[in-house]
Design a protein around this ligand. Structure first.
Ligand SMILES: [Zn+2]
Length: 243
């Protein structure tokens, strides 16, 4: 997939990185990335995937924008309150980059429809706010054999890991059971940082740049401003990827 003159200019600064180059940019252009969740993580991940030139981004969400979302969900503005999140997100991403394709999928992710929703995807970015849906996506990524970029936030803390099916631990290897579902406290900027890290991983993956956050869990603490990398291993008895 060759790059147009406009694209060569648009992405000039990243193409200038030797490890990235035109080849890396072409690979980004070919990629179809599904962003699952148009909240705090989906906002920052979505913006950087769009500005970086991922050729096709699909956004899945089924909720509407609320006033209490606006402290962290930067794709949604005051004028969007009451509008569907995918509609609001897709409108902004198309304005950010009209050279890429952006698809809106206004659906709730369930076990019954997940494979249909992910049709044609080359990667999934986990921007969900609950582990029930994260596990559905984790299992779908394993089935489809596509990478799964996990991110999660709680208060001042954020976590991220990159899951390559059958090669690295999956989400269920490291978190066997769903934590209780409730509205968690979130510092406004934490999903901004973690979503940006997820987008970085996606871009590096398609550009073929290593190392990635594979078999490693990144723990970011915005209170003490620390980033810790913890080595994680596959669980042979994992109900999702073991055996
Ligand atoms: Zn597993």
């Amino acid at each position: 997939m060759t790059l147009t003159n406009r694209e060569l200019t648009r992405y000039d600064r990243q193409i200038r990185m030797q490890e990235f180059g035109k080849k890396g940019q072409e690979n980004l252009k070919k990629a179809h990335v599904v962003v699952a969740g148009a909240g705090g993580l989906g906002s920052s991940a979505g913006i950087y995937l769009a500005t970086s030139g991922i050729g096709h981004i699909s956004i899945i969400d089924h909720e509407a924008v609320e006033l209490s979302n606006l402290n962290r969900q930067i794709l949604h503005w005051e004028r969007d309150i009451g509008k569907s999140k995918v509609e609001s997100a897709v409108e902004k991403l198309r304005q950010i980059n009209s050279d890429i394709e952006v698809t809106d999928i206004e659906k709730e992710i369930k076990e019954e429809n997940v494979l249909e929703l992910l049709k044609g995807a080359d990667a999934i970015v986990d921007c969900m706010d609950n582990f029930h849906t994260r596990f559905i996506l984790n299992d779908a990524a394993l089935k489809l054999n596509i990478p799964f970029f996990h991110g999660a936030c709680y208060g001042f803390e954020g976590r991220a890991t990159t899951i390559i099916p059958k090669k690295t631990p999956c989400l269920r290897c490291i978190i066997p059971k769903s934590p209780p579902e409730k509205k968690v406290p979130i510092m406004s900027t934490t999903p901004g940082t973690i979503g940006t890290i997820q987008a970085t991983e996606v871009i590096k993956f398609f550009a073929g740049i290593k190392p990635l956050l594979t078999s490693k869990l990144l723990i970011y603490d915005s209170w003490y401003l620390t980033y810790d990398l913890i080595k994680i291993e596959r669980n042979r008895k994992c109900p999702s990827c073991g055996g």
